[in-house]
Unconditional design. Structure first.
Ligand SMILES: [Ca+2]
Ligand SMILES: [Ca+2]
Length: 434
């Protein structure tokens, strides 16, 4: 067992919490079919000396990280997770100094999902580490292996949903899923509804504006959003909605040394301006959503080899879109969806991704609620208990999606506080249903 003194710092904002957490951890190597005959790097974090959250022991929560990368073992345990075993792991092919997971990284594809399955089986006491120990034997306090949750952050919500659909029958120790602002399909994950409008940037190519949306968005759909794809063209490097129909992406210099398509600089992309989509990179290939790829393929004469063609895009997203998997999730699982008024990425009004997830779980009879109770937040930060701008929502009840302040928490509630408050609430619900 190792000890670290780490400062848990949540997002900036009013009431951001900062308190030192004496984080201890145990590193284990977990044999897995997903690791190419090797093992997965897993880290079990907990607050040294903390009272377990529940009578009988510490529940387990597995963080399924956001982004498109291999994950990390590194960040400290956040104070709100005191009393849990908090599990981090590296997806197959992931490495960091001193630790590695075997296998080849597949950008959250089938091998990544299989790895998550095995981490969840280990968390449930159903697999042993390389030294033959269960999770309970690896830790110096009782572990509740029948109270395991998945905390899917951003893009990590897709692998979380998919593992529960593909392997839910095995994962009986997993009782709940907490999903924070998960981009639920390829369109949303690649920013088709917005943000957008940025073509090139000197840094990492991220859009600089948080406010731009796609003027060619037409309507919400449970599995796919509708856009006016007749506008789509290819400029030799990217697909784009060609608002002024001149066949090229028209840009002007915008903030941060970037080139963007808000050519009259009025802070929005109008229907006579262009909306570029950058897609995501996986193993040297650029992927757009299946729908945008189809639209592009209708107008591109010579499809570039380093851009996924319609068949490749469909195969890629078929293994990575949560929207395709809700119907396979066990109906006794419980879900909490976390959403703030302004999403950490998405800009399009309607919180389409939260709505797709809510509807997907709800139509399958799965208990689903948006955001923790105010009292759960206040337990971690008492000043929040008196706030009237933190909405309370009813489980299994659709939100007024165009009025985010009616269901989403304000921006000055730190996201990490919501992660912890939501996870605590769900672990306690699972314990009460024993
Ligand atoms: Ca144009
Ligand atoms: Ca404009």
């Amino acid at each position: 067992m190792k000890r670290l003194i780490l400062i848990a710092m949540t997002a900036a904002g009013l009431g951001a919490q900062m308190r030192p957490v004496e984080t201890a951890y145990v590193d284990v190597d977990l044999p897995s079919e997903a690791a190419g005959g090797g093992t997965l790097a897993v880290r079990l974090l907990y607050e040294e000396g903390a009272r377990p959250l529940l009578r009988g022991g510490a529940p387990v929560v597995i963080e399924v990280p956001g982004g498109f990368d291999v994950g990390t073992l590194q960040p400290a345990l956040d104070a709100g997770f005191s009393g849990f075993v908090y599990v981090r792991f590296l997806f197959p092919g992931g490495r960091q100094p001193g630790r590695a997971s075997g296998g080849v990284y597949d950008t959250r594809g089938p091998a990544s999902v299989m790895a998550l399955r095995d981490v969840a089986l280990y968390a449930s006491g159903r697999l042993r580490d390389r030294n033959g120990k269960t999770i309970g034997e690896a830790l110096p306090f009782p572990v509740l292996t029948n109270n395991v949750g998945l905390l899917g952050l951003s893009f990590g919500g897709n692998a979380s949903t998919i593992v529960l659909a593909k392997y839910g029958a095995l994962l009986t120790g997993v009782r709940y899923f907490v999903g924070w602002e998960n981009p639920t399909n390829g369109q949303i994950a690649t920013g088709e509804p917005g943000p957008g409008g940025t073509v090139t940037c000197p840094g990492n190519g991220r859009p600089v504006s948080r406010d731009l949306t796609n003027p060619f968005f037409v309507a919400y759909g449970a599995a796919a959003l509708r856009f006016d794809y007749s506008k789509v063209r290819w400029d030799g490097a990217r697909l784009f909605f060609d608002g002024n129909a001149n066949g090229r992406v028209d840009t002007v210099p915008v903030d941060g040394g970037c080139e963007g398509t808000d050519v009259n600089r009025d802070g929005r992309i109008a229907e006579n301006e262009d909306f570029p989509v950058n897609g995501i990179m996986a193993n040297g290939v650029r992927y757009f959503s299946p729908q945008l790829t189809e639209a592009g393929a209708r107008v591109v004469t010579a499809w570039p080899a380093n851009v996924a063609n319609p068949g490749q895009a469909e195969a890629f997203w078929a293994e990575r879109e949560a929207v395709r998997f809700y119907d396979g999730v066990r109906s006794d699982l419980e879900v909490m969806l976390l959403a703030s008024v302004r999403d950490h990425v998405q800009t399009s009004p309607g919180h389409h991704h939260i709505r797709q997830a809510f509807e997907g779980f709800h139509r399958n009879g799965i208990w689903v609620k948006i955001n923790p109770l105010r009292e759960s937040l206040a337990e971690l930060q008492p000043v929040l208990g008196t706030r009237t701008d933190i909405p309370e929502t009813e489980p299994n009840t659709a939100a007024n999606w165009l009025r985010p302040e009616s269901f989403a928490y304000p921006e000055n509630v730190p996201d990490s506080l919501a992660w912890a408050a939501g996870t605590r609430e769900m672990a306690r619900r699972a314990a009460r249903m024993e």
